[in-house]
Design a protein around this ligand. Structure first.
Ligand SMILES: Nc1ncnc2c1ncn2[C@@H]1O[C@H](COP(=O)(O)OP(=O)(O)OP(=O)(O)O)[C@@H](O)[C@H]1O
Ligand SMILES: [Mg+2]
Length: 312
């Protein structure tokens, strides 16, 4: 596969400064800043209605921001990025009468890819995606998920530098979700920048080199998956040797029983003082494991905190 030219890109693939959008008198995106480094998989995460799609549409120049600015592949006017961008919009749609291979070649042609080359690449992409049987099928004969995958291939067939996918996993079965994850990684490894939105944390956790969490039209977090998880304290799973009376009173507030064990969030002073106390009081330690909550928990806490601040 052709690699993106090795010329050094110092500027980010996408930036946003104070992007703001009103619908009527309601601000739905409120001053979002972004910097998406080149060659990364970058996630825009947020609950339904957070403003992900509106942000993406402003980034691509499909709608104009009311305030703020953005750059796309170094261009102040996103549309100047044209043929170097691939985009899967949230609302899907292909010409139902077209064959899958032609639909992909057609989308490539809109981005400057010669039709014959587009057809050849489309056939390869379809076979790689396990959709070889659909090459000559008309779009109207494909299932919804298959048609969506075809549209996705149409967004990448011209090997763009920047790939923007709005909720690409929605509507795909688990096998196709895995295929899409592999495809996104492959495109990143080819040198492309992939920007995608989702509210499914499992995909984001596996894929994102960096991510932003937006809620209520504002950016609430920016960083790596590990940095997002580190916003939450570690959890402990503790099994006493003898579960005598008085044990519960020694454990941090909010602990819960899980069979013979207890799960709790580590107190700010850490686990050591608690261990000393448990041993001194004769409860012993039959088992103790610590783990870091996943991106799902970090996302829920960040979004809940955003909601609480808005209501306060
Ligand atoms: N054209 C429009 N006119 C009026 N309000 C709109 C319009 N488009 C979006 N909104 C509102 O803006 C807010 C943000 O919508 P947006 O589609 O950007 O959210 P999202 O994060 O993409 O959500 P989802 O996860 O459901 O796709 C929502 O409250 C929505 O109702
Ligand atoms: Mg959306």
């Amino acid at each position: 596969m052709e690699m993106i030219s090795a010329k050094v890109h110092h500027e980010a693939a996408v930036t946003a400064q104070g992007l703001t959008k009103f619908f009527g008198d309601r601000a739905v995106v409120k001053g979002i800043d972004l910097s998406v480094p080149r060659g990364m998989i970058y996630g825009i995460l947020g609950p339904n209605g957070a403003g992900k799609t509106t942000t993406i549409r402003m980034l691509l120049g499909i709608i104009e921001p009311d305030r703020g600015s953005r750059t796309v592949l170094g261009h102040a006017r996103p549309r100047d990025g044209g043929d170097h961008i691939g985009y899967l919009p949230e609302e899907r749609g292909l010409y139902p009468g077209m064959k899958a291979v032609d639909a992909i070649a057609f989308m490539g042609a809109l981005r400057g890819l010669p039709r014959a080359e587009g057809k050849a690449r489309a056939a390869v992409l379809l076979r790689e995606a396990g959709l070889g049987h659909a090459i000559d099928q008309r779009i109207r004969r494909l299932s919804k998920g298959m048609a969506q995958f075809v549209q996705l291939l149409g967004a990448i067939v011209h090997q763009p530098e920047l790939i923007v996918l709005d909720e690409p996993f929605s509507g795909l079965d688990p096998v196709n979700q895995e295929r899409l994850e592999a495809l996104i990684v492959r495109e990143r490894d080819r040198g492309a920048t992939v920007l995608f939105s989702t509210h499914v944390m499992a995909h984001a956790e596996r894929l994102c080199d960096r991510l932003a969490i937006i809620a209520g039209g504002q950016r609430r977090f920016e960083g790596t998956v590990d940095e997002a998880r580190a916003t939450l304290p570690m959890r402990a799973l503790y099994t006493p040797r003898t579960n005598g009376p008085g044990l519960a009173a020694l454990l941090p507030a909010g602990h819960e029983a899980v069979g013979a064990a207890y799960r709790f969030t580590l107190p700010p002073e850490g686990i050591e003082p608690l261990i000393q106390t448990l041993l001194a009081q004769g409860h012993g330690i039959a088992g103790l494991s610590l783990d870091r909550p996943g991106l799902h928990d970090a996302f829920v806490r960040i979004v809940n905190q955003a909601n609480a601040e808005v209501q306060a």
